[in-house]
Design a protein around this ligand. Structure first.
Ligand code: ADP
Ligand code: ASP
Ligand code: MG
Length: 449
């Protein structure tokens, strides 16, 4: 049986030289960690996004200067900076050329190419950190194997091709050394750089684990595991030591930023255990996510996702007429709009869109879709809403779930409620301004010791 471990280190874990040193300690402590996936150093991807968003050349240079500073701060702390200085200079030069010759607006292909520099820089630096600590290590360009489609900004990995390419190009290298590679990025069939969506490095690590048939994926981040809710929302949040794939996947889908929403799909397909821990406090343990868990409590966690849009579509003419829902969803699907929550009545449908999680390419599809809906029904749009999801087990068949919820939140305007379709979640919408307080209140009610 495979003992291979894929370890992924997030942005804060590789934020600077000292943080990278702590990650190196974790890697060196376990011979089975043969593949290391790194994110861009904290702040770098945001600066790269700034470059792609602004049309002001000076603002692009300011963002570039920030990235250069973060990079050089690590480089200058290395024992042998000259070993990687040329590689780093090449990458920074390439990025600068993209700024110089960028024109007013970048194409979506260029945006992804620009956003790839964060992981490409941090992986070169982290490889050198490992080498200086005495580990044989090689920086591997993941774009050689992470084949995706060409949906820039949210590219879809091609699982079969990834597995074949990894077997040829990556697997043989693991015998001799550790491999350091990039999260978040890939390449399409034309060798154009793509990205998997913000926070995508977790997903990359799980995809590589699947392709290499690893035993475990470790997600090293800035919290000591998965909590009952985002620990930034309430100090009452508690670390969950063991959680099932289904529950953790629901948490990630509904906004628990600690995992990219798609991370657990490859792990579930291959039954690969996932560990989440803090690179600052590896001794503190963490959360194990697995297929079978000892306990399945009714309430496991609460997640919050901001920036939701509620669309209500109404057509009195459709009373008792068949085909209304088909027409609504067909319109949305042709505009590639993915719907989140749905509730219906005889003549109206209310549905939510996760605008916060959409790339700009997809959000630009929303208006044309709404215009088409307006040709056959009344459409109203409400923004500034937050989705609160209570995650657990058998929520659809447990007594008292809604009673507990409604009595806790009796003073809150719940805009839409979805309950019953899934045994793992109960979701509702509130105003963005109420979101954090609702989570805190609900957490106190459901998780008080
Ligand atoms: P990384 O850069 O390592 O990928 P992220 O910032 O993407 O880290 O994810 C870690 C953050 O996720 C934490 O700092 C925490 O605020 C947030 N978070 C949201 N929900 C949860 C949760 N249920 N448990 C733990 N962390 C959570
Ligand atoms: N660097 C990318 C981001 O900030 C991917 C990641 O960190 O997972 O979104
Ligand atoms: Mg993340």
């Amino acid at each position: 049986m495979s003992k291979l471990i894929i370890a992924k280190f997030g942005g804060t874990s590789v934020a600077d030289f000292d943080a990278m040193t702590r990650c190196a300690d974790i890697v060196l402590a376990d011979e089975n960690i043969r593949v290391v996936v790194v994110s861009a150093s904290s702040g770098v991807t945001n600066l790269l996004v700034d470059i792609t968003k602004t049309t002001e050349v000076q603002q692009r240079y300011d963002a570039y200067a920030g990235i250069e500073q973060i990079t050089l701060n690590v480089l200058n702390r290395l024992q042998q900076p000259h070993s990687v200085a040329a590689q780093i200079e090449l990458l920074l030069g390439e990025l600068k050329a993209l700024i110089e010759n960028g024109g007013a607006v970048y194409s979506s292909a260029h945006k992804d190419l620009i956003q790839s520099f964060g992981e490409r820089l941090s992986s070169v630096l982290f490889t050198q950190v490992l080498l200086e600590r005495g580990s044989a290590a090689l920086c591997f360009d993941v774009r050689r194997i992470m084949r995706t489609d060409s949906r820039f900004g949210k590219a879809e990995p091609q699982i079969q091709q990834l597995a074949e390419l990894a077997a040829i190009h990556l697997q043989p290298l693991l015998v001799e050394q550790r491999i350091v590679t990039q999260g978040f990025i890939g390449a399409d069939e034309f060798e154009q750089t793509t990205t998997l969506g913000r926070g995508g490095s977790d997903y990359s690590a799980a995809l590589l684990a699947e392709a290499l048939q690893a035993a475990t994926v470790q997600i090293w981040t800035d919290v000591v595991g998965i909590f009952t809710t985002d620990p930034r929302l309430t100090s009452d949040a508690r670390c969950i030591r063991e959680i099932s794939f289904d529950e953790a996947a629901e948490m990630a889908t509904f906004g628990a930023k600690v995992l990219h929403p798609a991370t657990l799909l490859p792990a579930m397909r291959q039954n690969i255990a996932v560990f989440v821990g803090s690179s600052r406090e590896p001794q503190a343990g963490g959360t194990w996510i697995a297929k079978d868990v000892k306990e399945r409590p009714p309430y496991r966690a609460i997640a919050l996702r901001k920036a939701q849009t509620l669309i209500t579509v109404k057509s009195p003419a459709m009373l008792h007429a068949p085909g209304f829902l088909t027409r609504v969803f067909d319109t949305l699907s042709r505009h590639q709009i993915s719907v989140d929550l749905v509730t219906t009545s005889e003549i109206s449908v209310a549905l939510t869109l996760d605008q916060g999680g959409m790339t700009s390419a997809f959000s630009s599809n929303v208006e044309p879709a709404l215009d088409e809906l307006r040709t056959f029904c009344e459409v109203s749009v409400e923004e500034g809403l937050s989705l609160v999801a209570v995650i657990g087990n058998h929520l659809h068949s447990s007594k008292g779930v809604s009673g507990e919820l409604f009595s806790t939140l009796e003073r809150i305007n719940m805009r839409l409620i979805c309950h019953g379709a899934s045994k793992h979640n109960l979701c509702f919408l509130v105003q963005d301004s109420d979101g954090p307080a609702v989570v805190k209140q609900l957490h106190q009610c459901l998780f008080a010791a």
